[in-house]
Design a protein around this ligand. Structure first.
Ligand SMILES: *Cc1c(COP(=O)(O)O)cnc(C)c1O
Length: 471
């Protein structure tokens, strides 16, 4: 049983306004360079927004990763860094906080999310293994592959349709998963890889009902279940909003219940936790903890800092507590939705329902005349920058990379541009400016041509690939 999805935050809360539960204490000046300078910067960057210099960007919606504004409490915490090599006080504070809000027993700190992905992949995956999951994430899948595994997508079909209004498009298709278990054998599946929310599907949530059934299925086949908890607080908000029985539960309680169905999690603290750097792996099984806390000293740092300074761990610990407050998460998602509503009102095709951390523009419908081999989403991200200095990110064929077996491009159903909203950084006026810029690019769509890739790196090509305009 699920509720209808409210179209605006106003519908949900009875009023239009969702003002931020904070005020601004310090500002960072922004500057917009001229159109000619933007064209020069884009050419130099090979039409890849990852290769732009930040000082040439006006509103930076590349990512919500490490781009949050910290609170005065977090900055005060930075001054309480205990920079001991071993046994820092801040580590114990972080460990306690993760146990309190996520409920897992053991904590291994890492420098960021992919450090934790590396550890869990190395600890659990053997060559020839299969790892099922609800749609891939770039770094997660690469670490699973580098450890010798093959990722298999078992998300529900609705997730691949940008217009489908399913309220929990991040759900695992339990029939697909069970068929896979029967085909490859449970002994070839080291764990099920569950992400909440699903970034590549447009920030779509997983329901509590789905994770409960998934847990039962895993128990039946003796499988472990690990969670990519990077944006799990946002996922918990959607459960509160849409799933029967959760409307009156605090987000913090929903988060903890969800995690209780899993055996552990990896975390990019750069997202939900409102910090600029940090991550962790947390698990319930002692054997996994032992292996991971041994591997961490090889790849990250001692098991009581894992690549973070003491002050960074303090900021993460405080950030966790701030992130799970209902008023925080409501205004965070309210701002994302405000931008999405403006675009929808102007008929611009975006992924529906709107996700938690970003608005995803559907480049296939935006540029129906540009074939996927000419990178429509990459093109749209470049055009948006040229129009107004706004930086977004491609999440389509470039991000999907090549199939390791055939060497061909992987052509994902979703060809998207992500307008990612940093937490607590921009105002409503910045969202208005952004929406108007997307509209201007949309109005010029028929004259726009695609791109050709002229340089392609081997790993995670979207970060460093270079392109030229097709004239
Ligand atoms: C960012 C991200 C990661 C990787 O974390 P980093 O901190 O960037 O290394 C893993 N999973 C998801 C869903 C992410 O968004």
């Amino acid at each position: 049983m699920t509720h209808a999805i409210p179209q605006t935050m106003g519908q949900q809360f009875g009023r239009r306004s969702w003002a931020e539960p904070w005020k601004i204490k310090m500002v960072e000046p922004l500057r917009m360079i001229s159109r000619a300078e933007r064209q020069r910067a884009m050419t130099e960057a090979g039409y890849n927004t990852f290769l732009l210099r930040s000082e040439d960007v006006y509103i930076d919606l590349l990512t919500d990763s490490g781009t949050s504004a910290m609170s005065d409490r977090q900055w005060a915490g930075m001054m309480l860094g205990d920079e001991a090599y071993a046994g820092s006080r801040n580590f114990y504070h972080l460990e306690e906080t993760v146990q309190k809000y996520y409920g897992y027993r053991y904590l291994v700190p890492t420098h960021q999310g992919r450090g934790a992905e590396h550890l869990i992949s190395k600890a659990l995956i053997k060559p020839g293994d299969t790892i099922p999951g609800n749609m891939y994430f770039t770094t997660t899948r690469l670490h699973q592959e580098l450890a010798g595994g093959t990722f298999v997508d078992v998300i529900i079909d609705e997730a691949h349709d940008p217009a489908n209004l399913h309220p929990f498009k991040g759900n695992v298709d339990l029939n697909k998963l069970e068929a896979l278990i029967k085909r490859v054998g449970a002994d070839k599946i080291p764990y099920v890889s569950l992400a909440g929310t699903v970034n590549m599907a447009g920030g779509q949530p997983v329901s509590m009902a789905n994770v409960r059934l998934l847990r039962e299925l895993c128990n039946h086949y003796g499988l472990r279940l690990y969670l990519d908890a990077t944006r799990m607080v946002e996922n918990a908000f959607f459960i509160q909003e849409r799933e029967a029985g959760y409307a009156d539960k605090p987000v913090a309680a929903i988060l903890k219940e969800f995690c209780s169905y899993t055996d552990g999690a990896w975390m990019s603290a750069k997202k939900d936790h409102l910090v600029n750097i940090g991550g962790w792996l947390a698990v319930n099984h002692e054997d996994v903890f032992e292996t991971a806390s041994n591997l961490v000293v090889v790849y990250e740092g001692l098991h009581t800092y894992g690549g973070m300074a003491g002050r960074d761990m303090e900021a993460v610990a405080i950030g966790i507590e701030e992130a799970v407050q209902d008023d925080h998460i409501r205004s965070r998602i309210g701002q994302v939705r405000y931008l999405g509503e403006l675009l929808t009102d102007w008929g611009i095709p975006i992924v529906q329902p709107m996700g938690g951390h970003a608005i995803f523009v559907d480049a296939k419908r935006f540029y129906p005349h540009i074939p996927q081999q000419q990178f429509p989403a990459q093109t749209l991200a470049a055009e948006l920058y040229l129009d107004s200095g706004i930086r977004a990110m491609e999440r389509g064929v470039v991000s999907a990379g090549r199939d390791p077996a055939t060497g061909d491009h992987r052509y994902p159903a979703l060809e998207l541009v992500r307008l990612t909203i940093p937490r607590r950084v921009y105002t409503q006026a910045h969202m208005d400016v952004t929406a108007e810029a997307v509209k201007a690019v949309y109005d010029a769509r028929e004259q726009t041509r695609g791109l050709r890739m002229v340089y392609e790196p081997k790993y995670l090509r979207f970060f460093q690939a270079r392109f030229e305009r097709i004239e």
